[in-house]
Ligand binder design. Structure first.
Ligand code: TYM
Length: 328
């Protein structure tokens, strides 16, 4: 049995990309491993958030974890802010992180591009993410493709700490799905589907109404051809839609291609795709509403935080001891 940790920022509404790239794998991993799934609400603060919206998004992410099938009797579900050791170890690891390492992070470059004032938190974010992982000595980190670089830094920091202060941290491995690790935007297949995009037409939110999902797919940008063919180089938009299709159905890429063979255009394909996605998301949405109404969420989160704190506090104690921080 391995130890698994992952999380999602509560910086918007979870998307189909979050679901396919990560959340679905959380659910798969919980049966065989000891899992910790947090809502990364401290990370969400690295860009400005309206307090009321942050609160709602945080609860919504946690409820979606449950609705997607994470079982709190198997996995610990908690808020990052409820386990103070995240901030504490985050600071300690910041002192071991080099400016150059953070400057190289593509997520930082993307999010800070063209901005006059850039929050320090956005810059030091990867040290906090390393703390999230190393606190639990997690072995496996289920994430989408875009988190690879952050995970490499986490590994470097763990190795650096171990070398300097003695063996302490497990070196984590990414768990990235072969297909679906990078779902692209519906408006622009050169950009990943993102919950913080200002254009709601670019993403499918997990909680979008079925009719909204249908409309968004019908308006998804495609090339001007007629062939449903997986060819990421020349047909990035259609290839992205085929990926989504295969991830939300039992069909393989070849089967999807065969189904829409004959150059009949994209209309039927897009309509069917919308139905396939609606069929995946509708039961989750129903459970989501039940969970929000039942009021069970806070209890689940309190229990999860207690379980997480047990492990996290022992790690921080050990780290402080090794770094020479007096703990009277
Ligand atoms: P975040 O909130 O941006 O995304 C949550 C998870 O969803 C994956 N993902 C995608 N996968 C496929 N296609 C997409 N278009 C897509 N968009 C997002 C992300 O890779 C991620 O797995 N830094 C993290 C949150 C975090 C974290 C952690 C993750 C904080 N601490 C510790 C793992 C371990 C983030 O911003 O993910």
């Amino acid at each position: 049995m391995k130890r698994v940790l992952s999380g999602m920022q509560s910086s918007g509404r979870l998307t189909l990309g979050n679901y396919i790239g990560a959340l679905r794998n959380y659910v798969k991993l919980q049966d065989e491993h000891k899992c910790y799934f947090m809502v990364a609400n401290l990370h969400a603060l690295t860009v400005p958030q309206e307090p009321a919206a942050l609160k709602e998004q945080t609860e919504s992410v946690a409820a979606l974890y449950l609705a997607a099938g994470i079982d709190p009797s198997k996995a610990s579900i908690f808020l990052q802010s409820s386990v103070k050791e995240h901030a504490e170890l985050g600071w300690l690891l910041t002192t071991l992180t080099y400016m150059g390492e953070l400057e190289r992070m593509t997520q930082f470059k993307d999010k800070s591009a063209g901005k006059d004032s850039i929050g320090v938190g956005l810059f030091t974010y990867p040290s906090l993410m390393a703390a999230d992982i190393l606190l639990y000595n997690a072995d496996l980190i289920p994430v989408g493709d875009d988190q690879k670089q952050h995970l490499e830094l986490t590994r470097d920091l763990a190795l650096r700490f171990n070398k300097r202060f003695g063996d302490t941290f497990t070196i984590p491995q990414p768990y990235i799905p072969e297909v679906g690790a990078r779902i692209m935007g519906l408006d622009d297949a050169s950009k990943k589907m993102s919950k913080s995009s200002p254009n709601p037409g670019s993403f499918i939110a997990m909680l979008d109404e079925p009719d909204v999902i249908r409309k968004k797919f019908s308006r998804a940008v495609t090339d001007s051809g007629r062939e449903v063919k997986y060819d990421p180089q020349n047909k990035p938009e259609i290839s992205n839609l085929i990926s989504i299709y295969t991830q939300c159905s039992e069909l393989t890429v070849a089967q999807v291609e065969a189904k829409y063979e004959g150059g009949q255009g994209y209309g039927t394909f897009k309509k069917d795709l919308a139905e396939v996605v609606v069929a995946q998301l509708e039961p989750i949405q129903t459970r989501y509403r039940e969970i929000r109404e039942s009021g069970e969420l806070y209890e689940v989160l309190r229990k999860g935080a207690q379980e997480a704190t047990e492990l996290a506090s022992a790690t921080v104690r050990e780290v402080k001891e090794k770094m020479g921080i007096v703990q009277p």
